[in-house]
Write a protein that binds this ligand. Sequence first.
Ligand code: DC
Length: 215
Amino acid sequence: MIRPLVIAVDGPAASGKGTIAAGLAQAYGLPQLDTGLLYRAVGVAVLAKGGQLADAAAASEIAKLLDLSSLNQPAHRTRAAGEAASQVAVHPAVRLALLEAQQAFARQPSGAVIDGRDIGTVIAPDAVAKLFVTASPEIRAQRRWKQLTGQGETVSLADVLEDIRIRDARDSGRDSAPLTRAEDAILLDTSRMTIEDAADAARRIVEAARIRSNG
Ligand code: DC
């Protein structure tokens, strides 16, 4: 039996994984879930209520009630939202509250493309194709700086690089579902690639995985 095409795309902040996941979703006609948005929405909601990002109970109550259809607002794409997301994402109770919705997305008979930090390891360990997308911190900082200033934020490149380093350390160092490459994930370093090259490379990885999984 042909398994539904589930593609897991993990990687650090601003690695290009979101763009790659969107390209794959379009190429294969699959629904896509950017799981970073879940954590961003929780972090933004905690701050909007005047709460503390370190308050696991408050953040997990918000996570349990999260409305997936309300994701992807401009407020979720800011520098502050990324930092807030990384801070609430360390709480096991928050991760647990968001687990079932992500796993249900991965179980769709249509297949799915899901990107985040723990997709190949926790959310969809049986995914047909797993990519671990990365790039050097300096390149990722440049990309993120372009995105943030392009949407009207005032921030220096040095500060964005510092954010990236802090976020890498927190996302990789936490106890609960840390950012890590699944053993069977294929590494895609996009440091020296154009968007088109990275998208092509990602498709080749998925094609190879598809052929392997269909025997
Ligand atoms: O991919 P992103 O930059 O939008 O993610 C924001 C933060 O959310 C990231 O720093 C850590 C957290 N996150 C996570 O812990 N697990 C995921 N699957 C996705 C994001």
